[in-house]
Design a protein around this ligand. Structure first.
Ligand SMILES: *Cc1c(COP(=O)(O)O)cnc(C)c1O
Length: 346
């Protein structure tokens, strides 16, 4: 039985084209800046996002950490959402390693931070207060349902940051999912940001890595920070080669995951024991919970789905789940998942 792994899009394996490119990749010592494949990936990423330069980093978390450390010194403050990945899921790295003070404000259901809340969070000039340096947004916003931020909203935050002379960072782990769900281009969606991190190893299916993009000056700073954090890699072209295929071949197909997410959600909405979150799916993620009359807990349901049906899903609470679509889930799998839920909870 084929295992259908819907826990995350991080579970994607490299494609055959990636494995071939990895085997043949030209490499050099990237700490010396001499790996031609890494250099190519960095240039390609910067070009796609309309920024001056890029930096290949081992993970999205390191990309975000480097960005925050490049924009903020010890005791400086970052304004970010209380559902931001940087705040929730990066092991407190910005404060543990950078001494950066985080000022969390509520993420709205649509993933945004209210402009009024951002304004109120900006500190005044006073020896009692930390110095506000940075605002961070996330697109797509994972913990708000994989929602996308609108161009209009992004531009408004960009104007506010500029007016108040603050840097603006985007955790764009799934920025190309946001592009697939938007009428804006990648360049337009990231234009107001001083720095952006995106992941190659999620829906884009590369095995390892993220790229950080920004101005030449920002990337020069980021380069030193990457070394300081132990993220300088040597013949990393083997990994970057998969990243190049990811950008060449895997960006356009993300819309297929969104379409399958809609089909799957439609099927699951017909199962009487399930209640889908309002508006789900926004992109490639479905959020849902057990209907009140169901007596099993979410972990029991998940364990059954795995053992009896070979379907893996993640828990988001004692009665709720997240299902993520990606390159290794096809139309037949979607049908199998609906049938399995129907049989257990229909
Ligand atoms: C996955 C993810 C990251 C980075 O994750 P890594 O596992 O460190 O690569 C950052 N932000 C968001 C929103 C993510 O989903």
């Amino acid at each position: 039985m084929k295992i259908i792994d819907l826990r995350s899009d991080t579970v994607t394996h490299p494609t055959p084209a990636m494995r071939e490119a990895m085997a043949k990749a030209k490499v050099g010592d990237d700490v010396y800046g001499e790996d031609p494949t890494v250099n190519q990936l960095q240039e390609m990423a910067a070009e796609m996002l309309g920024k001056e330069a890029g930096l290949f980093v081992p993970s999205g978390s390191m990309g975000n950490l480097i960005s925050v450390l490049a924009h903020c010194g010890r005791g400086d403050e970052i304004i970010l959402g209380n559902k931001a990945h940087i705040f929730l899921y990066e092991a407190g790295g910005i404060s543990a390693l950078g001494g950066v003070h985080s000022h969390q404000i509520p993420n709205q259901d649509d993933g945004t931070l209210l402009l009024r809340d951002i304004e109120n969070a900006i500190r005044w000039e006073d020896a009692h207060a930390p110095v506000t340096k940075l605002i961070a947004l996330e697109n797509t916003q994972n913990s708000c349902g994989g929602v996308t931020l609108s161009q209009d909203y992004i531009d408004q935050v960009g104007d506010l940051a500029k007016e108040r002379k603050l840097a603006l960072h985007l955790d764009g782990a799934r920025i190309f999912n946001a592009v697939a769900a938007s009428t804006s281009s990648a360049k337009e969606l990231v234009a107001p940001f001083d720095s952006i991190t995106f992941c190659l190893s999620k829906g884009l299916s590369a095995p390892v890595g993220s790229v950080l993009c920004g101005s030449n000056e920002f990337i020069a700073k980021a380069h030193r920070l990457r070394k300081q954090l132990g993220g300088g890699m040597r013949q990393a072209g083997i990994l970057a080669a998969a990243g190049i295929i990811a950008l060449d071949e895997m960006v356009e197909r993300l819309g297929e995951d969104h379409a399958r997410a809609r089909t799957l959600a439609k099927g699951l909405a017909g199962v009487s024991g399930l209640t889908l979150d309002e508006g789900t799916p926004q992109t490639n993620m479905i959020f849902m919970s057990l209907a009140e009359h169901i007596e099993y807990s979410a972990d029991k349901v998940a364990a059954h789905m795995y053992r009896a049906r070979g379907i893996q899903i993640s828990l988001t609470g004692s009665r709720s789940f997240r299902l993520v679509l990606h390159n290794w889930v096809d139309d037949d799998d979607v049908k199998r998942v609906v049938d399995a839920f129907e049989e257990l909870l229909g």
